[in-house]
Design a protein around this ligand. Structure first.
Ligand code: BES
Ligand code: ZN
Ligand code: ZN
Length: 444
């Protein structure tokens, strides 16, 4: 729990100090139960998030139950929000199916400008990120597409967001063959989850956030290895991110129209599952040659992007997905891949990501890459003939966005960390994308 400090007794003092030392280095103070975290000379909001998280995590390791967190003032509202958010995220514990031994913890934040408002905003953002983390951490046997639809719509409705869940019959009537081809590989039925947040003017077309919702990705007939199967639960992190962003926008009453579209499926093995070599249709009318059943994310995103533009009237589209292993090879666990067809939309997005400390890097879209997903028998192939896995996966999805301003985010590396790369992360789901999408939709 985080509260504004009103001179209450707190057992620990956590001090963030600006100055020459290496940023984020930590030492004990002269008094017992005093921790000092250096901020260095360039104090960004991201550094404050990380420093606050580091202080809180360390104090907790020492068994602290109450602490006051201070930083050199005067602190702006943005800086206070950053500290509160970093501290809250550091307190995240994933849902556990055994007894939890954690002691409760109260953190007092030594005030500044608009203290209460800063704390309230940070609490909404932390809740949204932790909602996404919880969904992603949830094992596949406890989160089917229907479970996900239920959890997302329940949370959305609580915040006044309009929801719609399409079942397989309804998706079929819309011609969503690419989505259903993956969806019918499992006994648990597929669902298309739609969350419409209408905070803006009724006449303004929404921005669509399309998130991959594969609750378990076995690879299908192109079966993954045992090691590959272990990470499969996190394959709906894109869906969790778009839902988290909408929840935060709604709770903070941000004046925009945003529609989240989450194609939710399992990619499994059934006797009549699709196999490599199949040719399938899609809602757009384009035919697709399936080269690999493990490249399922782009198939469901193709139909979800078409749905967002045609049925929800989206003016702009962002898709976000744990799409390729290749992006981890390229950018590691701190930076996600990005592709776009629109430079100004790209600038807007990068500014938004910069405000919340998330890192994205733009991939090239030279003409030769498009050739790699040409098929001799269909309009497009779901795998590349010549490597460049993350670029060609992005271009595949982009083919369904057409001329609509579009951004593609590949978070396969950033959505999940076995060892945290930032102080406010914990082993497992990170909630990647929630804050960047929130900031993008909110605007500056
Ligand atoms: N969900 C995976 C991508 C992934 C891999 C996410 C590792 C997180 C960690 C995706 O559906 C997939 O399997 N992609 C294949 C594509 C290939 C068959 C063209 C991949 O990256 O190997
Ligand atoms: Zn796959
Ligand atoms: Zn996948």
């Amino acid at each position: 729990m985080i509260k504004l400090w009103n001179q209450e007794d707190a057992a620990w003092r956590l001090e963030l100090q600006s100055g020459g030392e290496d940023a984020l280095s930590l030492r004990m103070g002269e008094n017992p139960r005093q921790l000092l975290v250096a901020l260095g000379s360039d104090v960004t909001p991201e550094l404050l998030r990380r420093a606050a998280a580091k202080a809180v995590k360390t104090a907790r390791e020492y068994g602290a139950e109450t602490a006051v967190l201070e930083a050199p003032g005067p602190l702006s509202r943005e800086q206070l929000t950053a500290m509160a958010l970093g501290a809250s995220l550091a307190e995240y514990r994933q849902e556990c199916w055994k007894e939890c031994k954690d002691k409760p913890f109260t953190l007092y934040l030594a005030g500044g400008e608009d203290g209460e408002a800063a704390l309230a905003e940070a609490a909404v953002l932390a809740k949204a990120v932790c909602f996404a983390r919880d969904l992603v951490n949830c094992p596949a046997n406890k989160l089917t597409p229907m479970d996900m639809a239920q959890k997302m719509t329940e949370a959305a409705q609580k915040r006044g967001v309009e929801t719609l869940v399409l079942d397989e019959e309804q998706a079929k009537a819309l011609g969503m063959e690419a989505f259903l081809t993956v969806g019918t590989s499992a006994t648990h039925p597929a669902r298309l989850i739609v969350l419409r947040y209408k905070g803006g003017k009724p006449e303004d077309a929404p921005i669509a956030l399309v998130g991959k919702g594969v609750t378990c990705d076995t690879g299908g007939y192109c079966l993954k290895t045992p090691a590959g199967l272990k990470g499969t639960r996190g394959d709906m992190a894109g869906g969790a991110a778009v839902c988290g962003a909408v929840l935060a926008l709604a709770e903070n009453h941000v004046p925009v129209n945003v529609t989240a579209v989450i194609p939710a499926v399992e990619n499994r093995l059934a006797p009549d599952s699709f196999i490599p070599g199949d040719v399938i249709g899609s809602m757009s009318g384009k035919t697709i040659e399936v080269g690999n059943t493990d490249a399922e994310g782009r198939l469901i995103l193709a139909d979800a992007v078409t749905y967002a533009i045609k049925r929800e009237g989206a003016a702009k589209v962002v898709d976000i997905a744990t799409l390729t292993g290749a992006v981890v090879q390229m950018l590691g666990f701190t930076t996600a891949g990005l592709m776009t067809n629109n430079d100004s939309f790209y600038e807007e997005f990068q500014a938004a990501a910069g405000r919340c400390g998330e890192q994205y890097w733009r991939m090239p879209d030279f003409p030769e890459y498009k050739k790699m997903i040409e098929s001799p028998v269909a309009d497009i192939s779901n795998v590349s003939s010549d490597g460049c896995g993350s670029i060609t996966a992005g271009l595949f999805v982009g083919a369904f966005a057409g001329d609509t301003p579009w951004i593609h985010l590949d978070i396969a590396g950033t959505a999940w960390v076995d060892s945290p790369r930032r102080e406010y992360q914990a082993k497992g789901a990170t909630g990647a994308g929630v804050l960047a999408l929130y900031e993008l939709c909110k605007g500056k």
